[in-house]
Design a binder for this molecule. Structure first.
Ligand code: AMP
Length: 111
């Protein structure tokens, strides 16, 4: 998708620190980390929001997030996964992504 920053990363891996890749998915470090560990998992295909994704894609995104989190040692103390959907939730990049954050305490409820 033209003008999509995550599609640009899919097409040019030098634009992010890649943590995981397979034929359909990519995980990379968030540019503005909100925790000591903060990465994103995306489908390579441009899908705008969680509303547009099928069951298999959603399962794979979460599964990859857990695998990478475990590899980073985040399974010891835990981590948070977040999917923002549209404006009220704060989605700023319209290419579906799962946030995985760890390495600190997180409060609840979220603001
Ligand atoms: P959201 O607000 O849920 O749409 O999250 C978008 C996330 O993408 C934010 O946490 C940004 O810091 C992150 N982000 C934006 N541009 C880049 C980029 N070029 N590389 C890595 N992460 C990015």
């Amino acid at each position: 998708m033209p003008n999509c920053i995550f599609c640009a990363i899919v097409n040019d891996h030098r634009q992010a620190k890649i943590l995981y890749e397979d034929t359909d998915y990519l995980a990379f470090e968030d540019l503005h980390p909100q925790a000591p560990a903060h990465f994103l998992v995306i489908p390579k295909r441009h899908i705008e929001t969680i509303l547009d994704a099928d069951k298999e894609t959603l399962g794979n995104l979460i599964h990859i997030g857990v695998r990478v989190a475990r590899k980073m040692g985040l399974d010891k103390n835990g981590f948070r996964t977040v999917i923002n959907c549209k404006r009220h939730a704060g989605q700023s990049v319209d290419h579906l992504h799962v946030h995985v954050m760890g390495g600190r305490w997180f409060s609840w409820p979220p603001g």
